[in-house]
Design a protein around this ligand. Sequence first.
Ligand code: RIB
Length: 339
Amino acid sequence: MAKISIKDVAKEAGVSLTTVSQILNKKSDRFSEKTVNKVVEAKKRLGYFPNKNAQQLRGNNIKSVGVLLPNLTNPFFSTMMQTMDSYKSDNVDLFFLTAKENEIEKGIIHLVERGVDGLVIAQMINNPSILNNYLNEHNIPYIVLDQSDDYGFTDIVRTDEKRGGKLAAEHLIEYGHTKLLIAQPYMLTSNMQARVDGFKQHCENYNLASPLVIETDLSKEGGFSIVDQIIESQVSAIFAMNDEMTIGIIRGLVNKGLNIPDDISIIGFDDIDIAKYLNPSLTTVAQPIEKISKASLSLITNKLQDSNEDGIHNINLANELIIRETTKKLNKYIKRSKK
Ligand code: RIB
């Protein structure tokens, strides 16, 4: 079937091409309500969608930005998408895409070939300098965040991950826990490595034995699958690498008859939207998801508007400890002091 064109809409509505074009480009105040309705109805009847690429060729200043994320289901990333979508300006279109760990570059090339004007990359890049050259050659500005590392090529948005890990350790130690465990993904991206480093370093400062480490998938299922190992370890508190993993661990422990936080304390990371509604509500290290999203959007928008803008922006946002119901002071504990 032939693609419906703006000409078809004009014919169907019985008005000129210019009238349709102006009405569809938000200039309907120049026309009578009757004419506007005729055009809108004709557009609906025919199922017409403007071709953005053609619009751009005609000089319309709509910029399309591809956003590459590790997944779309974790509320950390869905909140990010929602925020970017809510705050983007009218002349920016966002296209969200996920790629498997070994196919990130492929995903990026796909977006470039589909004609995006810029990129926001939240995934770990395997060959950053090759990718940087490729994007420069194609004149595609990009910024990186979260799991993507800082190679000094472009703007980056991160949170103070190391301090986040320290906040988690500080809280558990303050509550008297000394037998600690870290639940971390098999694939420790550099941002999560920083969390672990911050946590371990703080334990060292308090002369505690190095926390046990259990590796699993960074997901609810991953957390759920390690509960037997956790119970066997006899630790009194867990630092899980994100809230999703925390949720899986809690469900697994509760299924085995344990009470959270009476039998074991757990702290997560992120503060996803449901964290405060769960029972027990999650103690966690909150990342400012909205701020991360707004900062990323504003950096890429600036780059698209002003291609001569130079200087690399490195934005580091603060994390915050949120104490809720999954952590508890040990009944009898000795207040520990720094070595
Ligand atoms: O929940 C997703 C996790 O992976 C977050 O902690 C985020 O920072 C990412 O790296």
